[in-house]
Ligand binder design. Structure first.
Ligand code: JB3
Length: 215
C-alpha cells in the first residue's frame, strides 16, 4: 500500500483515519502537527509542517489535510498550495459507508464522511469536506475548500461557492445559490440565494427572517 501523511491531528483526523483504514488503499505513515498532540491508534507524529519537504524526499507522495474547516480559516488553502509545490498528491478519501452516484465528480483532496450521499451528476470541488450524513443532491455543485457539515442537506441543483461553510443540519432548498466564503449556521433553512461572505444565523421561515450580515 502507498504511504500517506496526515496534516493536522485532531478530532477530524480521527474520522478520516477510520475512513482511510476502511479503504485499504493507503498505509498511514504518521502525522504532522504544529502542536504537541497525543498520538492515536498507534499513529505517531513524524514531524511538523517544516518537515513536509523532507518527508516527500523520503518517499511519501500522498497526503490528507486533516485540519477541519469551520468557515473562517485559510490555513487549509495555504498548506495545499505549499504542498502542491512540493509535489504532494491529495487523494479523495471516501468512507466505505458513503453513497456516491456513478456519475458524481469529486476532485482531489475532498473527504466524504460516513453515510454521506453525493447524488447523480453532482460536482464536488477540491479539498472539500462532505461530513458525516451530509446529503448533496442531484446536480449540485460545491466549490473548492468548502465544508458541508454533519447532516446538512443541499437539495437538487444547489450551487455552493468556494471556502463556504454549511453548518450542521442546515438545509438549502432546491436551486438556491450560496456564494464564496459564506457561513450558513447550524440548523438554518435557506430558501433564497445567499451572497459572498454572508453569514446566515436565522432560520429562513419567512424571507425577511434570515439574519444576514455582510462580514
Ligand atoms: O464538525 C465536525 C464533525 N468536526 C469538526 C471538524 C470538521 O473541524 C471539529 O468539531 C472541529 O471543529 C474541526 O476538527 P479539527 O480540525 O480536528 O479540530 P482540532 O481538534 O482543533 O484539531 C485541529 C488540529 O490541527 C490540531 O491538532 C492543530 O494543532 C492542528 N493544526 C492547526 N493548524 C495544524 C495547523 N497542524 C498542522 N500540521 N499545520 C497547521 O498549520
Amino acid at each position: 500500500m502507498k504511504e500517506i501523511v496526515l496534516v493536522g491531528f485532531g478530532g477530524h483526523a480521527k474520522s478520516v483515519i477510520d475512513s482511510i483504514e476502511g479503504m485499504k488503499t493507503y498505509k498511514i505513515a504518521g502525522y504532522v502537527d504544529c502542536a504537541d498532540v497525543p498520538d492515536y491508534k498507534g499513529y505517531t507524529r513524524i514531524g511538523s509542517d517544516a518537515d513536509l519537504e523532507k518527508l516527500y524526499a523520503h518517499g511519501i507522495r500522498d497526503a490528507v489535510l486533516t485540519i477541519g474547516f469551520m468557515g473562517r480559516s485559510k490555513r487549509r488553502n495555504q498548506l495545499y498550495e505549499y504542498m502542491k509545490k512540493i509535489g504532494y498528491r491529495f487523494p479523495v478519501i471516501v468512507d466505505r459507508s458513503a453513497i456516491i452516484a456513478s456519475d458524481a465528480v469529486i476532485q482531489e483532496g475532498t473527504y466524504i464522511g460516513k453515510r454521506a450521499v453525493v447524488n447523480a451528476d453532482a460536482k464536488i470541488g477540491r479539498m472539500c469536506i462532505i461530513n458525516t450524513g451530509a446529503i448533496i443532491e442531484h446536480e449540485c455543485v460545491v466549490g473548492d475548500f468548502s465544508h458541508v457539515a454533519v447532516g446538512a442537506n443541499l437539495c437538487g441543483q444547489c450551487v455552493v461557492g468556494e471556502n463556504t461553510f454549511i453548518g450542521a443540519g442546515a438545509t438549502v432548498i432546491q436551486q438556491r445559490q450560496i456564494g464564496n466564503e459564506a457561513i450558513v449556521g447550524a440548523g438554518c433553512t435557506i430558501k433564497r440565494n445567499i451572497g459572498n461572505q454572508c453569514v446566515c444565523k436565522g432560520t429562513d421561515d419567512a424571507l425577511t427572517s434570515v439574519q444576514m450580515e455582510e462580514s
